[in-house]
Design a protein around this ligand. Structure first.
Ligand SMILES: O=c1ccn([C@@H]2O[C@H](COP(=O)(O)O)[C@@H](O)[C@H]2O)c(=O)[nH]1
Length: 275
């Protein structure tokens, strides 16, 4: 999917919501555990109930890898279901990969070719040659961790090295890499006060912003400092949506939570178009 197509979908749906599909078998309704593939059954019900309210889905691969081969099969079924039934929805494999170039090429093939996600999250720590293999795929996107939502982001990412914070160096240096037009960046919603500085460095890029909902990030603050002329934001909520209920009504309850966020986003988009 191209960035332009993503922007069109955001405008059409009045939403820049990304729903995180982080399926934990201990948290899903008990009746689903009788299904042959409980994870896929859960995801399918959530997708069927929420696809009109969001523009992206983000399975975090840890929640699938934790269940071995069965989990990987559930991930494969989920992405196939999305690509077949909702090809205009942007898909993110939140896998946080990155290794020496030769190995990164294989990670990129796994997520962007074999599973056919639109994008994959990548850690920048190993540098240019570990990220560039992901950037070679046409109309696919590499979402680089810039400033993450967790407390540990202050351990390294905000430390000043050679007169500049590390996360700013990640943003600046990554812009010089080959095919950098295929880059997006992760910035935590809990770090909204950093967004004005971030937008000085990468005014045009899309940001994946996790941390609204369970982690307490504020949607309005993120929009105030992070929105650009092409919207430029995908705001993710996982637990706050998919675990709204553990009963038979779980999918409807998820849709209600998703709609609450979508309505706030519609207001932000409306204000933005008038400004
Ligand atoms: O900085 C980051 C990067 C990734 N994540 C991931 O996003 C979701 C957030 O889930 P919630 O349940 O809405 O808190 C999850 O998959 C994280 O691993 C992040 O939170 N922060």
């Amino acid at each position: 999917m191209t960035t332009n197509q993503l922007v069109q979908e955001i405008k059409k749906k009045k939403s820049f919501l990304c729903i995180g599909l982080d399926v934990d078998l201990n948290k899903i309704p008990e009746h689903l555990l009788q299904e042959e593939d409980p994870i896929f059954a859960f995801n399918k019900a959530i997708i069927d109930a929420t696809h009109h309210l969001c523009v992206a889905y983000k399975p975090n691969t840890a929640f699938y890898e934790a269940y071995g081969l069965k989990g990987w099969k559930s991930l494969e079924r989920t992405i196939h279901y999305l690509n077949k039934n909702h090809p205009k929805i942007f898909t993110i494999a939140d896998a946080k990969r990155g290794d020496i170039g030769n190995t990164s090429t294989m990670y990129a093939k796994a997520f962007l070719e074999d599973l056919a996600f639109d994008s994959v999250t990548v850690a920048p720590y190993m540098g240019k040659d570990s990220v560039e293999p992901f950037l070679t795929f046409k109309d696919k996107h590499t979402i680089l961790l810039a400033l993450t939502s967790n407390q540990g982001a202050f351990d390294f990412q905000t430390k000043t090295i050679d007169g500049k914070e590390l996360y700013k160096q990640v943003l600046e240096i990554s812009k010089t890499w080959e095919n950098s037009k295929n880059l997006m960046y992760v910035v935590g919603a809990t770090k909204a006060e950093f967004l004005a500085d971030i937008r000085q460095i990468i005014p045009e890029s899309f940001l994946l912003v996790p941390g609204v909902g369970a982690q307490g990030g504020n949607l309005q603050e993120v929009c105030k400092y992070g929105m650009n002329s092409q919207i430029g934001l995908l705001i993710n909520s996982s637990r706050g949506i998919i675990y709204a209920s553990k009963e038979k009504d779980f999918a409807e309850a998820a849709a209600i939570k998703a709609e609450e966020l979508q309505k706030q986003m519609a207001v932000e988009l409306d204000c933005h178009s008038k400004s």
